[in-house]
Design a protein around this ligand. Structure first.
Ligand SMILES: [Zn+2]
Length: 237
């Protein structure tokens, strides 16, 4: 039934932006993954001025699970890994602009390093209603390299930790390093995740058929607003 509903909906597009760090560069080797606060602010302003509709993760999940249409020019802002700078910089900018963001957490690493978020940060951001969280595995491992059993515990441990913390089902999974294959993807779906996010570049057609992980548009350090606009609309510069 759900599939039929999806079939009859006019095709739409959904851009999913992929960020990691927001704020000053604290690791030169990872410079590419940092977007400054000023640029992040400009990018969110650009979304508003150009009438993009910034989704909450739950809206995207509902649209997929219940075969709903997405608003025109939908975009989901995602940040991978759960860096502390997401709390220090991205969070306040998102709040100021009233633009929801989604953070993918590697749950076993939360609070384990002073550059990473703690559960207190997660609680506060979640409570604001502007930040959604979902799974990026437990230890940020390259799942393709693990046995079935180890993949499954990465998936299940992380799901359980988040479900216990938020007291709600967790259905979205983001592959660490974007690394997946047929086997890993099957295990992700078997573990109870229903939407999976990769790192392959592109813009998703909506309804998403779920036959491969969701594509994302990459946002990197030093990109112009024109590059950003191209990523957002075409999934490439
Ligand atoms: Zn990651």
């Amino acid at each position: 039934m759900l599939n039929l509903l999806r079939f009859f909906q006019p095709e739409n597009k959904c851009a999913i932006l992929m960020y990691h760090h927001v704020g000053p560069v604290t690791d030169e080797n990872e410079r590419k993954y940092f977007v400054s606060s000023e640029i992040f602010q400009q990018q969110l302003k650009f979304l508003k001025e150009n009438k993009f509709y910034a989704l909450k993760l739950e809206e995207l999940e509902d649209a997929f699970l219940y075969g709903k249409k997405l608003p025109e020019n939908s975009v989901l802002i995602t940040l991978d890994d759960g860096w502390l700078d997401n709390y220090q910089y991205a969070y306040s900018i998102a709040k100021e602009n009233n633009i929801p963001i989604t953070i993918f957490l590697s749950t076993a690493l939360i609070g384990k390093d002073n550059e990473l978020l703690t559960w207190d940060h997660v609680r506060e951001m979640h409570g604001s209603g502007i930040v959604s969280f979902s799974s990026h595995g437990a230890h940020h491992k390259r799942l393709r390299d693990l046995s079935d059993e180890d993949v499954f515990s990465e998936l299940a441990d992380s799901k359980q930790a988040l479900e216990a913390f938020f007291a709600k089902p967790v259905v979205s999974f983001c592959y660490p390093f974007g690394a997946f294959d047929k086997r890993v993807r099957r295990l992700v779906l078997n573990a109870g995740y229903q939407l999976d996010f990769g790192t392959r570049k592109g813009i998703n057609s909506w309804p998403w058929k779920g036959s491969r992980p969701l594509l994302r548009a990459h946002v990197y350090n030093g990109e112009s607003l024109t590059d950003y606009a191209n990523e957002l609309t075409k999934g490439r510069k």
